[in-house]
Design a protein around this ligand. Sequence first.
Ligand code: GLA
Length: 398
Amino acid sequence: MTEAFDVQKTLHDTFETVFGNAADVRYYFAPGRVNLIGEHTDYNGGHVFPCALTVGTYGAARLREDKQIRLYSVNRAMNGISFSSVEDLRPLTGEQSWTNYIRGVVWSMQNRNYEFDTGFEMVIYGDIPAGAGLSSSASLEVLTGYALTDLYHFPTSGPELAIIGQDAENNFCGLSCGIMDQFASAMGEEDHALFLDTATLQYESVPLNLKGAKILITNTNVKHSLVDSEYNERRRQCAQALADLQTVTDIRSLGELTCDRFDKLKALIPDETNRRRAKHAVYENARATEAVRALKEGDLAAFGKLMNASHVSLRDDFETSCREADILAEAAWEIPGVYGSRITGGGFGGCTVSIVRDEATEEFRTKLSERYQKETGKTCDFYEVRAGMGPHVLDGPA
Ligand code: GLA
């Protein structure tokens, strides 16, 4: 993890080199996220319980006098400067496609009647490991919305930053994600996780009182292909199951069903696969709500068991886990001092998230590394994380 001071200096110096000088530049940060429980519930009107991280995307930006948008990424220096204009926003392909997350936010803001009389220039740098499923794209969208709000003095609220980010991702970048990632990034609070009802966008910040335990993220370092098409297929399957149930009930989403009600109605879903997908969505929503209750009562053991049940359901019913994540989660479950462990995020690779007692973290790292190496021939990485704050302005370099 990179020290903020170094990042600002890098951004400043890069800005100077790329754009001639760094006068009037402002510095920003927006976090990535890890989801503790409530997976694949956000497009089913259910609950999620993510927290923002202290890693994310940094930006240095200022307004221009003309209508151009000039973008540069320290992580993609080989791609050079991207040139476009606030008057002509279209998704790009190839080398410049990373800028879609930024320009998509401008596009979405314009659709909401935010006026861009001039353009802007921005240098960004991200310290989220690539492909880990820790929402680097959501953090870039939220960073952009937040920076533009500050530079142009727009009245955008935090939840609106999340909605704009999701709109950019869905309708400009063409990825049909739910609201969780952008919301977690936009509304994160230090040492708190966010209990969000995705049907109403009502949320509660819940203190992460882990009493002698830590959140450990383990990166499988794999990202299986077809992630986007599999994700979209899960969405379609859940939507079909809902449509089947709507022939006899007037529910608007799977998130409105209790487990009991679902069990009574499930025979109405003729397709066995779709039935399992819907079961996951309904039961996972119940688990998320129960887990938050357990955490508030200080019952980490109960919280952890729900995390494990979430993994089993993602593995068997929703089928978004993968062998690598199963190996890591199952190895973690055997270690005393591990409350719970599960695959986190969209799935098909990425990371597991575990709650581990302080004294068990060494054993956790050793055993998981050995087992992972032995069974996959690959290396996994560990990140000890804290819940960080949402987007904010940073001081310039000292
Ligand atoms: C991805 C999506 C989120 C959410 C998760 C699964 O991270 O971007 O909206 O659906 O998968 O919980």
